[in-house]
Design a protein around this ligand. Structure first.
Ligand code: HPA
Length: 286
């Protein structure tokens, strides 16, 4: 089993691992991924790393080729992903530098709810042959141009979240084991009124990329865990103007510790995937 790692803002490479290969995936039915995938090894496990915003951070959240990115992981035989993302905190109980492993997701984007692999008769033609693993529901649904409605009651991998919490908190980091992430379209930050509204809706965190990333992972039966780093208090909660400097500075200061600990997480993950993500297409195909 290979484990995928998605690096967000401030997180463009994988240090401390043995680099085994670099894969440039040019062609998917959904375009070209954000960057080369780096195949890396550590303590007997294999990892596949992708910089979500490109290796020079030249792709804004609304232009990320989300479908190509997640498809690349599928082609590289990844069935669990740990994504690391910078977020603003809405919940006043959180502080800058905290790590939160969200359990819920609010899609507050306007357009990204439509980003799916399964477009029924409008599904693009592609080479949807299974590259040799056991699960072929994904390939069947694409090849047959099926309509698919995946269950996302709990949009994240319950095992991944539990093990990530154990390992990160066991290593002395301040980690909050759950929270609701509100996804905004970006690339601008939010108004104070938007943050007040998101708070009423029950959001603890705000970010720009978990939708559609988490939902596309579910559509590919990849189990997805999000590890967020609070880089700032959200608009109107913070007393000062928000800057990208603070986002990058806080996220860069936490990233190496998290990336090292993902190798520890890998050691403790059970082999079998939870059915809610690992068999997400069962009962979901029309
Ligand atoms: N809003 C949206 N996305 C973010 C923020 C924020 O305040 N901080 C880091 N990513």
């Amino acid at each position: 089993m290979r484990i995928g790692i998605i690096g967000g803002s401030g997180f463009y490479n994988i240090e401390g691992y043995d680099i085994l290969d670099r894969r440039h995936i040019v062609k998917t039915p959904w375009g070209e991924p954000s960057a080369d995938y780096i195949i890396a090894g550590r303590d007997g496990h294999e990892f596949v790393f992708l910089a979500r915003h490109g290796k020079n951070h030249d792709i804004p959240p609304h232009r990320i080729p989300y479908r190509a990115n997640m498809w690349g992981f599928r082609l590289l035989e990844v069935d669990r992903i740990f994504a690391v993302s910078a977020v603003g905190a809405i919940n006043p109980g959180l502080s800058v530098g905290d790590i939160v492993i969200p359990d819920q997701l609010l899609d507050c984007t306007r357009t990204r709810g439509q980003i799916t692999y399964y477009e029924g008769k409008f599904t693009p033609n592609g080479e949807f042959e299974h590259p040799g693993r056991g699960k072929d529901r994904v390939y069947y649904a694409l090849r047959e141009k099926k309509v698919v409605h995946v269950d996302v009651t709990n949009p994240f991998d319950p095992q991944g979240r539990e093990v990530a919490y154990e390992v990160l908190s066991g290593a002395g980091l301040k980690v909050v084991p759950k929270g609701t992430y509100a996804a905004m379209e970006g690339p601008r930050l939010e108004t104070a009124a938007e943050i007040r509204a998101l708070k009423i809706l029950g959001a603890d965190l705000v970010g720009m990329t978990a939708v559609p990333e988490a939902f596309l992972a579910r559509e590919l039966e990849i189990c997805y865990t999000l590890i967020t780093i609070v880089t700032n208090m959200a608009a109107g909660i913070s007393a000062t103007k928000l800057t990208t400097d603070e986002v990058l500075q806080v996220s860069s200061s936490r990233k190496q510790r998290i990336i090292d600990l993902i190798a520890e997480i890998a050691k403790r993950l059970p082999d079998d995937l939870p059915p809610e993500c690992g068999e997400a297409l069962k009962g979901a195909i029309m």
